[in-house]
Design a protein around this ligand. Structure first.
Ligand SMILES: *Cc1c(COP(=O)(O)O)cnc(C)c1O
Length: 379
């Protein structure tokens, strides 16, 4: 098979940059010219533009997505040993900050089609000590927020949305209205890590809320617990988005919806190529969310995943396994409460998923080369 000319990458940030180079370079130079590197006008402008885009009252920028989750949990005043429910099938950061703050991560399984947190499993895991639910909008699609908010109301729980992988996605209510991912729960948290759908050129993150008092508290905690300079009302952290990153994000935010369209185009191509294949399950679209395809993740059935990965690598096609080990089987999170077999869906997914290249710059020639190669291996 003829190889494609351009090097295939899981995420092609270089080609994306080339298209916006003039604007990005000018934006960076402008920050340097003004030497307002920290908390400069670019940060405030980005914050206001993101608030408008998301239709949320408060965006509080911070240093990264992990900090966003940590600051959110600190702002809610959660106490050691309070229980926080989250999905077993996620990036480690979600559970990490829960454990780091001395809270108790309570893991639940996910649904086999959408990879979203299992609503029935959440309700079963709720105890008198449960204080919060952290749904993860995994791979670019919202968890079932309407059902989660109903549970939160019934049991008086906070909801912290981890929308690091789904910024820009719409949650679709049964009545036909919609809201942006991360603006439905008590607090939303996102990451601007370069490979995320809205990525900067370094580290970055943000916290969203519609609650004025909570927003003030989040701002204070992210800034050493001070509301007035050198007056510290609570123990905080130092977590800032720097001005150069904010200036870059302002340029890229304008393209965010176009980026989602490009990702959907690639996903539709993959879907079509693998449709009805008995050994491949393409990612399901939830009826309550649109998809912004942070990842395009297949489930393999009766295929040697490592051999496929190796076969693709020989053709210069990268593929990744997100995530190979469930949280409850990670050494750092081993807990006598959990054992192998406890979360069968997550365990099966960890053994059978594979993610193909997914970004904003995939052309048909590349997609054809990738899908033909996968199909040639699988037959
Ligand atoms: C990337 C990610 C994070 C952490 O974001 P960082 O900016 O890398 O700290 C948290 N949760 C999920 C689901 C992520 O994908």
């Amino acid at each position: 098979m003829e190889k494609v000319a351009k090097k295939i990458q899981m995420v092609d940030l270089k080609s994306q940059y080339e298209k916006i180079k003039t604007e990005i370079d000018a934006a960076i130079q402008n920050v340097i010219n003004n030497t307002a590197f920290i908390n400069g006008p670019e940060v405030k402008a980005f914050q206001a533009e993101l608030e408008k885009y998301l239709n949320v009252k408060h965006v509080i920028p911070c240093a990264n997505g992990t900090d966003a989750l940590q600051i959110a949990m600190m702002a809610l005043g959660l106490k050691p040993r309070d229980e926080v429910i989250t999905a077993d099938f996620t990036y480690v950061a979600t559970a990490e900050v829960i454990a780091l703050l001395g809270l108790k991560p309570v893991l639940v399984d996910v649904l086999p089609d959408t990879f979203d947190i299992d609503i029935a499993a959440i309700e079963k895991a709720i105890t008198p000590k449960t204080k919060a639910i952290v749904p993860v909008h995994l791979f670019g699609q919202c968890a079932d927020m309407e059902a989660i908010m109903a549970l939160a109301k019934k049991y008086s729980l906070y909801v912290i949305e981890d929308t690091a992988q789904a910024i820009g996605a719409d949650y679709l209510y049964k009545d036909g209205t919609k809201k942006k991912a991360g603006t439905i729960g008590t607090i939303g948290c996102t990451s601007f890590f370069p490979s995320k759908n809205l990525g900067c050129y370094g580290d970055g993150g943000a916290i969203f809320t519609n609650d004025d008092a909570l927003a003030a508290k989040i701002r204070m905690i992210a800034n050493h617990g001070q509301s007035v300079q050198y007056v510290h009302d609570s123990i905080g952290v130092n977590s800032r988005l720097d001005s150069i990153q904010a200036a870059i994000l302002r340029v890229k935010l304008r393209d965010l919806d176009n980026y989602a369209t490009a990702r959907n185009k690639a996903a539709n191509y993959y879907d079509k190529a693998f449709a009805n294949h008995p050994k491949i399950k393409t990612p399901a679209r939830a009826k309550y969310s649109n998809h912004v395809f942070h990842q395009y993740t297949l489930q393999l059935n009766g295929i040697d995943r490592s051999a496929l990965k190796e076969f693709l690598a020989q053709r210069d096609i990268p593929a990744m396994v997100y995530y190979p080990i469930p949280l409850h089987l990670q050494k750092a999170y081993l807990d006598p409460r959990y054992k192998a077999g406890d979360f069968p869906v997550t365990e099966k997914l960890c053994a059978s998923v594979i993610s193909l290249p997914m970004h904003t710059e995939l052309d048909e020639e590349t997609l054809k080369y990738i899908t033909d190669s996968v199909l040639e291996f699988i037959k």
